[in-house]
Design a protein. Structure first.
Length: 141
């Protein structure tokens, strides 16, 4: 299932988790939208409740939000074979919108855009990642 500009309305609770047999999910949202930042925690909880999920493509507005998903999601913890394409940060008009490898759902990808510093969760994700994009990252020496 693919959702574009998901969450435009204010009542999103229970919508994603109602697809309890869903195995593959892509949520594409313009991360510059202010409403996405307001609903991402609810959407993250809904996605975490999908126990049969085997593939996820998702943009987290901040690395901390990505860390919270990875460390608390039962589906992530129990499904070590889960494929993912994760992006974190807020792309601007000068940065590429998507990594080429994101087109291939079988490859685990991680893209960090306009982020800062190093979060330990990145090391855990990198161990499962085939393609990694680091765009306008600050604080790496």
């Amino acid at each position: 299932m693919s959702l574009s500009n998901f969450g435009m309305d204010s009542d999103i609770e229970g919508k994603v988790s109602s697809f309890n047999s869903l195995e593959e999910l892509t949520i594409e949202v313009s991360s510059s939208k202010l409403w996405w930042d307001k609903i991402v925690d609810t959407v993250k909880k809904e996605v975490a409740a999908l126990e049969k999920l085997t593939s996820l493509r998702f943009c987290f507005p901040e690395v901390d939000c990505l860390e919270l998903f990875v460390t608390t999601s039962p589906v992530w913890k129990k499904n070590s074979c889960m494929t993912f394409q994760f992006a974190s940060g807020h792309p601007d008009s000068t940065s590429p919108q998507i990594l080429e490898s994101f087109c291939y759902a079988s490859n685990n990808s991680l893209k960090l855009v306009n982020t800062n510093g190093v979060n330990p969760i990145m090391l855990k994700l990198l161990m499962k990642t085939y393609a990694f994009g680091l765009i306008n990252h600050k604080g790496v020496s």
